[in-house]
Write a protein that binds this ligand. Sequence first.
Ligand code: GDP
Ligand code: MG
Length: 201
Amino acid sequence: MASSRRRTLLKVIVLGDSGVGKTSLMNQYVNKKFSQQYKATIGADFVTKEVLIEDRLVTLQIWDTAGQERFQSLGVAFYRGADCCMLVYDVNAKRSFNALNNWHDEFLTQASPSDPKHFPFILLGNKIDIDAGSRRAISEKKAKEWCVSKGNIPYFETSAKDDYNVDSAFLCIAKLALEHEHDQDMDYVCGAKVSPDTYYS
Ligand code: GDP
Ligand code: MG
């Protein structure tokens, strides 16, 4: 197949309640830095990072919210052209887990991807470094059940603080997005093939 539609830029949307660690995860992934201080992100739209995936140089354009997630009003530009979506909750904050359905629905409504059933999502349970012992709010089992209920979304437990599983999670979503893009290319080829027949019938 011709590679005219081959693209190496992937738009990654990071969503979840305020305070779960979205900005910290991005900062750890892109700059290898972590800050204890809580700072609402100001202004910045996205950061980029280049990764090599199976000999292909891919630029991840990772979109962060500027604190507007509190009002759940991120605007169309934020979602437009998203290739994948990373949902984040805090394993010690039940509310942030309960909010995942809303974020998932919100994404599908706003981004309205052509193939919502197979759109690449990933879930991150962050702040795994905080040892809450048996008081941990959400068990790994519960999180995985949610993932299964949404069509087998991959799940990673992460720590932006300790840089645990951060690279793996971003790499996973990038790979999923590339595979999804490939599947859509195939649909497109089939679509182009059948359209003349449809036209003449
Ligand atoms: P956001 O609102 O989702 O962007 O969350 P932030 O990235 O601003 O993080 C909120 C707070 O949680 C900050 O004080 C961070 O330092 C802290 N934080 C973020 N990730 C972690 C983590 O993995 N472990 C711990 N212990 N704290 C974290
Ligand atoms: Mg933030």
